[in-house]
Design a protein around this ligand. Structure first.
Ligand SMILES: [Zn+2]
Length: 280
């Protein structure tokens, strides 16, 4: 399987000359299975360009099928869905997995962001593509040769956060974002979930030295420690802070890469960048 990063920024979209190389769109990652399966992790603003890209193929003809996996419903993970043409072409099929919350179902949340107060789409009923919302559970979901596993990693009832693990044969990708490891139970769950993954994508907007309002996020060091303890092959830092420039991300990789080398770790450390594709 292969992934493509379409949006790697957290919190809010971040345009500007200092952010061009890593990109300013919020969270969206495409996953292409070996047999043509198509998944996307989250539908932040990166979903707009991803969706437009899909229009060149089957989706432009109303013959596309996409499975969306939503981690949680904060703006930076959902806002791109209504905009690209791909969701407005009749015949296209969207199956959207994600958590319901005490404030309402996933479908209600998406319908809410399309209300006339916020958008000219006027609600999900006006989207042309067939769309089905499915509450995510810990039961595995099969899409072709891909096995999708999901795990709740937050007790935040008004917007629960789920992590995803996608497996194809012996290969595994794990996606964990927006999680705070506030106790050992959550940490142990995450370590077990990411165990021996070939690739881990983990939010890492700030380092432990930075005293900022992080809105409940784990830090760069948490992501690295989790990858090491889970014996992951490769870690992509993700959900970059809006204030994090390209040059600063380069420096982070050099600094933490040198630390890993100094301690003899073989973990490959990288930072997610829009437009980059990776074989898992
Ligand atoms: Zn986020």
């Amino acid at each position: 399987m292969r992934i493509a990063f379409w949006g790697v920024r957290g919190y809010v979209p971040t345009p500007g000359a200092d952010y061009l190389r890593y990109g300013g769109n919020t969270c969206c990652i495409a996953l292409h299975g070996t047999n043509g399966e198509l998944l996307a992790l989250d539908s932040g603003t990166g979903f707009c360009q991803f969706g437009d890209h899909l229009m060149r193929g089957d989706f432009g003809q109303g013959r596309g099928q996409l499975t969306l996996l939503i981690s949680h419903t904060y703006w930076d993970h959902i806002l791109g869905l209504p905009f690209p043409g791909v969701v407005h072409v009749p015949g296209n099929q969207l199956r959207i997995y994600g958590p319901d919350s005490t404030r309402g179902s996933l479908e209600m949340v998406y319908d809410g962001i399309l209300s006339p107060v916020y958008s000219p789409v006027y609600g999900l009923a006006h989207i042309g593509a067939t769309h089905n919302f499915v509450p995510i559970t810990t039961e595995p979901v099969q899409v072709g040769s891909l096995t999708i596993r999901a795990m709740p990693l937050s007790q935040r009832l008004n917007s629960p956060i789920w992590a995803y693990r996608i497996e194809e044969g012996e290969r595994a990708l794990v996606y964990i974002t927006d999680v705070r490891y506030s106790n050992d139970i959550i940490w142990r769950k995450a370590v077990g979930f990411a165990k021996h993954a070939n690739l881990l994508i983990h939010s890492a907007p700030y380092t432990r030295q930075e005293h900022v309002q992080d809105y409940g996020h784990s830090r760069v060091e948490d992501a690295i420690e989790l990858a090491l303890e889970s014996k992951v092959e490769r870690l992509y830092l993700f959900h970059h802070a809006p204030t994090r420039t390209d040059a600063q991300l380069d420096q982070l990789l050099v600094h933490y890469g040198a630390e890993l080398n100094a301690h003899g770790h073989t973990l490959i450390l990288d930072a997610a960048r829009e437009g980059v594709q990776v074989e898992v």
